[in-house]
Design a protein around this ligand. Sequence first.
Ligand SMILES: [Zn+2]
Length: 285
Amino acid sequence: MRIGIDLGGTKIEALALDRAGREVFRKRVATPRGDYAATLSAVQQLVQQAGEGTVGIGIPGALSRATGLVKNANSTWLIGKPLKQDLEKALQREVRIENDANCFALSEATDGAGKGAAVVFGVILGTGVGGGIVAHGKVLAGVNAIAGEWGHNPLPAPTADDLPLPDCYCGRKGCIETYLSGPGLSRDHEQRTGERRSPAQIVSLGDQSLERYMERVARSLASVINVLDPDVIVLGGGMSNVARLYTEVPRLWVRHVFSDRVATRLAPPVHGDSSGVRGAAWLWE
Ligand SMILES: [Zn+2]
């Protein structure tokens, strides 16, 4: 059996897949925020309930290649902790840990929207913006463990409409995340109209704020296509529910892609919110 754990900032979800990839167990609990020892123990209990099998874990961050400790996690109480060693000791077995966006991409590449594709770029457009790359069925993690992390690249080809460049929590200005996250869309709309609206409200208004958003998604993904040239880009996170993205963005990205035609598909996720935990399970082939 393959056990997957999605260790998120608000919930920890566990799932077990049998040999055929069928779901045979699923449970979620609230994340003990700020408490590392309680987080370890919550994961341990979920794995025990799921039963015997391999364990893959998706985290909102990565294991540093230099130290083996957790880095880049917005669940800050995990940062600097030897999560892999601690969980292996608690669970008495080897565990595999990957960034949650990488798990999302792996799930969709394995039996989702990117099934059968050679190169899949999985994108999270949620409270943050992340990404993961799966090539020929395997996660491409990278020498710095940041492959696919396009959210903290600068927004490509900024126009007067994109200024002033927003400050990002990472210390840079004008990061893609500051425009394409849900909070980024709200901020942009408020800056233009003076009205505070949720991303869902802005989407249903369908006005210029959404037009600007889609055009920025197109520019940002075009620069990914120019580097990676993926067969499929799968969107995840809250903004992936916006149906117009799938027709508008491929129309808009053409002028920014260095090719006579663009065969890359833009697809919604097949497994939706479950992709993180499914991909964690698939970390063991
Ligand atoms: Zn940033």
